[in-house]
Design a protein around this ligand. Structure first.
Ligand SMILES: [Zn+2]
Length: 119
């Protein structure tokens, strides 16, 4: 696997910065909807069960968004230290094709599927 070029690094950095910004905005705007459902709150045609289910989903998606944001921040930091693009387990280059799809991934495809298989 080839090392990343300057242009590719710039592109990935730009992508990650944009995703960071989007996630931060998303998390800021969704903080209201993951609050507990107030008992006296008029919730219109939604039953309380629906409201609670939606709340659970909001909490779950906030959790995965927070995790992704953390990965993005780590990856941007790694980029600053010139460690970006290498798998954190086997230290092989992750490869541009994979990074383009998931620029924040800290693992190469082989290590990722190995760790998912262990679950
Ligand atoms: Zn690896």
């Amino acid at each position: 696997m080839q090392a990343l070029s300057e242009i590719q690094l710039d592109e990935l950095q730009e992508m990650m910065r944009n995703s960071c910004r989007e996630l931060e905005e998303l998390l800021a705007s969704s903080s209201e909807s993951s609050k507990p459902v107030a008992l006296d709150e008029p919730i219109g045609r939604l039953s309380r069960m629906d409201a609670m289910q939606q709340q659970q989903m909001a909490i779950a998606s906030r959790r995965s968004q927070t995790q992704r944001l953390q990965l993005l921040r780590n990856a941007l930091q790694a980029m600053g230290r010139d460690h970006y693009g290498d798998c954190r387990l086997c230290e092989e280059p992750i490869g541009y094709q994979r990074l383009k799809v998931r620029p924040e991934t800290p693992f190469c495809l082989a290590c990722q599927s190995r760790s998912e298989g262990e679950r």
